[in-house]
Design a protein around this ligand. Sequence first.
Ligand SMILES: Cc1ncc(COP(=O)(O)O)c(C=O)c1O
Length: 373
Amino acid sequence: MTPIPPVDLSRQYAQIEEEATAAALAVLRSGYYVGGEAVHEFERRFGEWIGTEWSVGCNSGTDALYLALRAGGVGPGDEVITSAFTFFATAETISIAGAKPVFIDIDPQTFNLDLDLLESAVTSRTKAIMPVHLFGQPLDMTRLMAAARKYDLLVIEDCAQATGAQWDGRYVGAWGDMGAFSFFPTKNLGACGDGGAVTLNDESQTQTLRMLREHGSRQRYCHETLGLNSRLDALQAAILSVKLRYLTDWNRQRREAAQRYHKLLGDLPDVILPQETPGGAHVWNQYTVRVPGGADRRDRVREILRDKGVIAMVYYPLPLHRQPVYESLGYGEGSLPKTERVCWEVLSLPIFPGITEGEQEQVALALKAALKF
Ligand SMILES: Cc1ncc(COP(=O)(O)O)c(C=O)c1O
């Protein structure tokens, strides 16, 4: 039996092979490999698609977060409120920018920030909020923006896992001051390598982002600040422009696959299924269930699934506030109890455009059998 992988990108590629190959060949033949028309074209299309005036391509989602923080003026002495239940880059970039991540607990139903806890975390040093639309589930941006405006805080959305998700009919990345996207291959819009972008409506910040991604230089060999080499490759941009045309359909396929899991797993008493927040359109970068009973039980279920040919993943086993590098921030065990509990329970099942009904049935059968142990 062929194992069912967490994600199968070869199926996606098979669908676009002709167009992607033609686009890549055009770049190879052009002789312009960094910057140039393919990058401008993708930046224009992506901003238009998200619904912002500009999008600025860069090397990765990590760089998109970091560059957005810098362009927003976040630096030493500032605090940035965010989630501890996310990929490390969310907090890492805050720290590298010189600011301090301030973690608040999550709502275990949505895996996103618990907005009831937001206002009490605001101090005189708070400069920004970095909400994460985790697993493709959009956060309630109406509520978050109202709080941000009340305290005059910058909002940088971490949209790495949620390209195409909407809150109240508007795409994530078009709500905050800036949206940071990852085009890592497994993301909803994934390149054939690393890539990222920042979406925004402010012209001056757009100029700053372009300067920062070019070693702090607006004019060649004149450096007004420290930046990065963080450009989006022309090859990746050309492939992303092709893939962008398919994104709505791929996200629809993810939504359908999630509905199918809801039905297949709905009668399982021993597992908590993910739910879509009313008002949001989830794009299911992950379909993450919770297996109560502690990390050992969850890990055992995962092993049994693997023995039955189903590769499930644990995103994330250790929350950011408990990472060794953040020990000095002083978050003790139990300081974010919901985040910690969720880390022991989560299990992400295979989901990707092109997953078949048969494969999902096999996943469901395997999970039912695994839960009996
Ligand atoms: C929530 C989140 N933020 C940021 C990133 C960083 O993106 P990249 O891997 O493109 O640097 C990721 C990537 O996994 C992510 O999942």
